[in-house]
Design a protein around this ligand. Structure first.
Ligand SMILES: Nc1ncnc2c1ncn2[C@@H]1O[C@H](COP(=O)(O)OP(=O)(O)O)[C@@H](O)[C@H]1O
Ligand SMILES: [Mg+2]
Length: 289
């Protein structure tokens, strides 16, 4: 049995007893790197926070250009320090603009998916305790089909995939969906098309993608969640290490992000069927029994 299958099963079980919790766990990923995931996560988190939601971004990308750099934050510690018993979870959480919270994962998060120990279970409990205070946990994952990415996607309640108009971004996101479906039984994906010149262009990209998934991945549903316009000021905000929405709140790009945040914040987490006694996300998703 794949880790992902277990994560999916446990996730379903978790919903049985999670009715009291409003926590929604979103994983944001893509087939290819550099398509705008981290920018999307930072600004979505900002926009959700401005709508009164409590958001914790989990930096689950082990690559470069992570969310802390994007927002000009300097993490001193990460989950590895918690695992080593040097810090507790609250101490490593960073505060970003609009009071979004960021959990720097470092190498520690990967360890979570592999370790089996009492220490790990204690950490899961601590992460669950801390997570109860949030409305959203957003995982900024890396790109591609590495186990690190697929693990977080299959553990999360919802997977948001980012693609652009570039053909390679589409072939790679198709490959990711195929792996998530065939190896991790994932059936539902939400698409955001980034860096487009119009919504029409985004819908065209979405149609091209679903023409292929409808034919070759018949059991999955790929939902069009929204689009983000290409904006020459995005690299400027990146250089200034500020959230784009903070610097250019009235731009069309910010309009797109606000629309996405509005839609997401109004949704109720869809209860999945199943029963179980795993009340919390981290323990149920990462503690493979
Ligand atoms: N809508 C956009 N318009 C213009 N540039 C963008 C847009 N989205 C992302 N970018 C640029 O693309 C680059 C990669 O974005 P990033 O969020 O780091 O991608 P990823 O996390 O997928 O690797 C950044 O330099 C950013 O400035
Ligand atoms: Mg990134």
């Amino acid at each position: 049995m794949y880790l992902g299958d277990q994560a999916t099963t446990l996730k379903r079980m978790a919903y049985g007893k999670m009715s009291g919790s409003n926590l929604r766990v979103l994983a944001v990923s893509s087939g290819k790197g550099g398509v705008g995931k981290t920018n999307f996560v930072a600004n979505l988190a900002y926009a959700l926070s401005k709508r009164g939601k409590k958001v914790l971004v989990v930096d689950a990308d082990l690559g470069l250009n992570n969310i802390d750099i994007l927002l000009g934050l300097a993490p001193q510690k990460h989950i590895g320090h918690v695992l080593a018993g040097e810090s507790n979870v609250e101490d490593i959480i960073l505060r970003g603009p609009a009071d979004i919270h960021i959990l720097p994962a470092g190498d520690g998060l990967q360890e979570l998916t592999q370790l089996q120990s009492e220490k790990k279970m204690l950490l899961m409990d601590e992460l669950d305790r801390v997570s109860q205070g949030y409305d959203f946990l957003i995982f900024d994952t890396g790109a591609g089909v590495s186990t690190n990415v697929t693990y977080f996607c299959s553990a999360a309640h919802e997977t948001i995939l980012i693609a652009t108009t570039e053909p390679t971004s589409l072939t790679d996101v198709y490959a990711l969906m195929k792996i998530l479906h065939t190896k991790h039984a994932q059936k539902h994906f939400r698409m955001v098309i980034n860096s487009v010149s119009s919504e029409r262009e985004a819908q065209g990209v979405y149609r091209n993608l679903t023409a292929v998934t409808d034919r070759f991945l018949k059991d999955i549903s790929v939902e069009y969640l929204g689009y983000i316009l290409q904006d020459p000021n995005v690299p400027k905000a990146v250089r200034q290490q500020k959230a784009f929405l903070e610097l250019y709140p009235f731009s069309k790009f910010s309009g797109c992000l606000n629309e996405l945040a509005e839609k997401i914040s109004k949704e109720k987490p869809s209860p999945l069927s199943g029963e179980g006694d795993q009340p919390y996300f981290w323990r149920s998703a990462f503690q493979v029994q």
